[in-house]
Design a protein around this ligand. Structure first.
Ligand SMILES: [Zn+2]
Length: 238
């Protein structure tokens, strides 16, 4: 009897030890899982934080100083742009600062046969006549000449709500269709490419028609011939 009771006790002791061992194993496993969970959480937090920083940098680069910030004094103007600034006045050169350039807007003058010089004079005359609010940073003539009327760090009255973050180019045209001459087209390509390079703009996204801002039929030829506009955009990347 004594012997079998001792045997039972040692069996119980063994079972107790086994349970204890299992418990320790279980606890170790649980703490391993907890550590792993913490590690995964930390990694996820780092990933989320990195993504957030990346997002902020991309947003800033899209909308602010990284991209179109203007320091006109530092820009070397090419000699194929004639600077003939119109005189400051409320109707065509209000001298409102243009703080960033996020795009280039293309227009047609809408007055067939007129020269770049005549259009520059018209914008200038608004200082006296006050008959309209209108101007453009650049005018390209039918011979391809380019006149700059407004400094690139001031707004022009040309593209409605996009006056505050774009530069504008008016193009002369021989007739009512609004189609540009080859010379005008070549200069428009050269000027737009130069502006995109200078202000780090994307030629496939940031060059738009006045039509894309307000739905106005301007530049007429490229509103009526969207395929020609697409060709122009693709020519910009050459
Ligand atoms: Zn226009």
């Amino acid at each position: 009897m004594k012997r079998s009771s001792a045997g039972r006790e040692s069996l119980e002791e063994l079972e107790y030890q086994q349970r204890k061992l299992e418990m320790i194993k279980k606890r170790r496993k649980q703490s391993r899982i907890r550590r792993m969970k913490r590690r995964i959480f930390r990694m996820a937090a780092v990933l989320v934080l990195t993504a957030a920083v990346f997002f902020v940098v991309i947003s800033l680069s899209r909308f602010s100083f990284f991209r179109g910030h203007i320091d006109v004094a530092e820009i070397e103007m090419p000699d194929w742009i004639q600077q003939e600034y119109i005189e400051p006045n409320p109707n065509s050169r209000p001298q409102t600062p243009l703080r960033e350039v996020n795009g280039v807007v293309v227009h047609y003058v809408g007055n067939p046969g007129t020269t770049a010089q005549q259009n520059q004079s018209y914008f200038n005359s608004l200082a006296q006549t006050h008959e309209n609010y209108a101007s453009s940073h650049f005018i390209i003539g039918m011979d391809g000449e380019i006149i700059q009327c407004i400094p690139m760090d001031e707004i022009a009255y040309c593209s409605n709500e996009r006056n505050y973050d774009t530069l504008s180019i008016e193009c002369c045209h021989p007739d009512d269709t609004g189609e540009f001459t080859e010379e005008t087209y070549a200069s428009l390509i050269k000027l737009t490419q130069w502006l995109c390079e200078t202000f780090r703009l994307d030629t496939s996204q940031d060059v738009i028609r006045h039509y894309d801002v307000t739905g106005k039929e301007c530049p007429r030829y490229y509103v009526n011939h969207p395929e020609a506009w697409e060709q122009f955009i693709s020519d910009l990347s050459l």
